[in-house]
Design a protein around this ligand. Structure first.
Ligand code: F6R
Length: 608
């Protein structure tokens, strides 16, 4: 949510800033801006409402400087506008600041600064930072001291980069709840809120910790804490290939990420299956068999698609390990004064590892003495660090706002957890082997579904014009329906509602008409007959049905059908979900939507 870039070195900063912002645009895209300082003195700023391409068009050729900062915004305080776009300046236009996060005491600080003569030109919380730093940047004070003193007065979360017209040989950055990464180049340094902006320039990076600041100069950096103690940070190497951050010939990141799933699932499974004992090895859980046997309940916490993946995870844990398990939106959990029990294991799910609601839920559990594991994609992210242990997805960078490959890998990770827990409890070796074989078969089975992309595109074009769509599934199929509806609504803006198939006749059947088609999950399992009866009820009310099934239902029960290869019943939901990703993608394309950057949304919701 919002992206930060910065550059200092012998070159002109602007090309890197604009390219870096374009790479970060998936994190927020309602306005963008850059500021540079150079040898000629003063700070130049350009900022516009709109996309990074609009900013690039507004930046004149003479807009040059060897030190610069940039920002792409997702509005929280104040509407998207030129004035509210970052960077923000103080009265004298000496200090420029870009900021991700929320300054909670912004109103109070604003009142005090205004009383002292600060003139505010935006409605943002960030603008107080520019004025506050300027107020501490008296004659002879180093920029890092002014930033440190200013941050001492701030309550809230931030990742910031600060430029000073009078000290253009440095950029000062700080992190508290919102990531900042330094990129080390040859006599030049880069900064970003996400490595995807840096990997074309350097693989050597330093991730700042919360509460840490850095002074970045062309020839290196110094890190220190908010109370001025120097910290020592060793660079690490980014191991993802550069093309992980490109569309790689696909029309959209979303389509690329959907097609990457055979590989990302292989990576999630990589080295974790133990065929001899028919179980899974999950060293990162930091729980031995004795501790695991004491767990009486599992509570899974995540937001949006991560929550739905958690619902699939809860069913897997209950079925394979026979431990009661439940998934709850982390955003609700954290506000309801939850009862934390010693024999409950809490599992936080997050692709980004940054989602503020999920992080706050983890902190609430830990504050009350609970034990939390993380199922996280982004290595070293805030949620991963906050948890007591867990497993990384290794799904690779997910750039498109809508989650697909991370969703699938999360469900695979839960299958591994459920298998591991199950084999410690009562899951038989034969059942363990059944699940291990089914997991190994998944990548090829996903390839089979992906091969139907063109046929699904034709169906999507036919259904995309509907006034809305109903998604139904029973038991294991219900989370699939929820995630399918979520994907369709977020990228195509077609209204979609998910219901347990069993509940249809208790109300929503009233909605069924030719204008509201139903996507029905119809696995070949013990509930097949019940599902076919529901299809009959829909057809009897002139509803149109698109079945996603293992076997084609009779023509009188379904207008269209997408066939999916059969796995073991516990893992079927994972495969049934893949065509729904393609359906949403192709519907969004058919409707001309901005697939990778849907309106009003942003990747990583780092605010409340
Ligand atoms: C949906 C989607 C969101 C995220 C949610 C949690 O496609 O992407 O619903 O799943 O915001 O994000 P993470 O997993 O990063 O915590």
């Amino acid at each position: 949510m919002c992206g930060i870039v910065a550059y200092i070195g012998p070159k002109d900063a602007t090309p890197f800033l604009l390219e870096g912002l374009a790479r970060l645009e998936y994190r927020g895209y309602d306005s963008a801006g850059v500021a540079v300082a150079g040898r000629t003195g003063g700070i130049k700023v350009r900022k516009v409402k709109g996309r990074v391409a609009d900013l690039a068009a507004a930046v004149p050729a003479r807009f040059k400087g060897s030190t610069g900062i940039g920002h792409t915004r997702w509005a929280t305080h104040g509407v998207p506008s030129d004035a509210n776009a970052h960077p923000h300046l103080d009265n004298a236009e000496r200090i420029a600041v870009v900021h991700n996060g929320i300054i909670e005491n912004a109103d109070e600080l604003r009142a005090k600064l205004a009383a002292d003569g600060a003139v505010f030109r935006s409605e943002t919380d960030t603008e107080v930072l520019g004025h506050l730093i300027a107020a501490h940047a008296a004659e002879g004070v180093e920029l890092e001291e002014a930033v440190r003193a200013a941050l001492g007065k701030v309550v809230g979360t931030y990742g910031i980069a600060v430029l000073d017209a009078e000290q253009p040989d440095r950029i000062v950055v700080a992190r508290n709840g919102s990531p900042i990464v330094l990129g080390l180049g040859e006599k030049e340094m880069f900064v970003a809120s996400d490595v995807s902006a840096l990997v074309r320039y350097t693989r050597q990076v330093v991730h700042l910790e919360d509460g840490e600041l850095a002074t970045v100069r062309a020839d290196g950096f110094r890190t220190f804490t908010e109370d001025a103690r120097t910290t020592h940070r060793q660079p690490s190497t980014v191991d993802w290939e550069i093309d992980s951050y490109d569309t790689g010939g696909y029309e959209h990141f979303l389509l690329k990420e959907i097609h990457e799933q055979p590989g990302s699932v292989e990576r999630t499974l990589g080295g974790r299956l133990d065929e001899r004992f028919a179980t899974a090895h999950l060293g990162g859980l930091n729980l031995d068999a004795r501790e695991l046997r004491e767990i009486r309940r599992v509570k899974i916490l995540g937001c949006g698609s991560a929550y739905y993946a958690g619902e699939m995870g809860a069913q897997l844990i209950e079925e394979l390990a026979r431990i009661p398990a439940h998934s709850e939106p982390a955003s609700e959990f954290r506000y309801r004064n939850p009862v934390i029990e010693a024999d409950t294991l809490y599992i936080a799910v997050s692709q980004s590892g940054e989602t503020y609601d999920t992080l706050a839920a983890v902190q609430e559990v830990k504050r009350k003495g609970g034990r939390v594991l993380g199922v996280v994609n982004t290595v070293g992210s805030a949620i991963a660090r906050e948890c007591d242990g867990g497993i990384y997805l290794h799904a690779g960078p997910e750039i498109s706002v809508a989650s697909t490959k991370a969703f699938t890998s999360t469900v695979v990770a839960f299958a591994l957890i459920a298998l591991h827990f199950g084999r410690i409890h009562d899951l038989s070796p034969a059942d363990g082997r059944r699940i291990v074989s089914a997991l190994k078969a998944l990548p090829d089975q996903i390839r089979e579904v992906l091969a139907q992309s063109d046929a699904i595109a034709e169906l999507a074009a036919e259904y995309a014009g509907s006034e809305g769509m109903m998604f139904i599934g029973r038991v294991r199929g219900y989370p699939v329906a929820r995630e399918g509806a979520q994907k369709l609504k977020e990228i195509s803006y077609v209204h979609a509602e998910a219901y347990p198939a069993s509940e249809l006749k208790h109300g929503p059947l009233a909605l069924i008409s030719p204008e509201l088609p139903t996507v029905a999950l119809v696995p070949d399992d013990e509930l097949l007959d019940k599902n076919l009866t529901t299809l009959g009820e829909i057809k009897a009310r002139s509803g149109r049905v698109l079945a996603v099934a293992h076997r084609r239902p009779e023509a009188k029960l379904a207008d269209h059908c997408i066939l999916v290869p059969k796995s073991e019943p516990e893992l079927d939901p994972l495969l049934l979900n893949i065509p729904l990703q393609l359906l949403a993608y192709h519907a969004a394309v058919a409707l001309g939507r901005d697939v990778d950057k849907p309106r009003n949304l942003a990747k990583s919701v780092t605010v409340e």
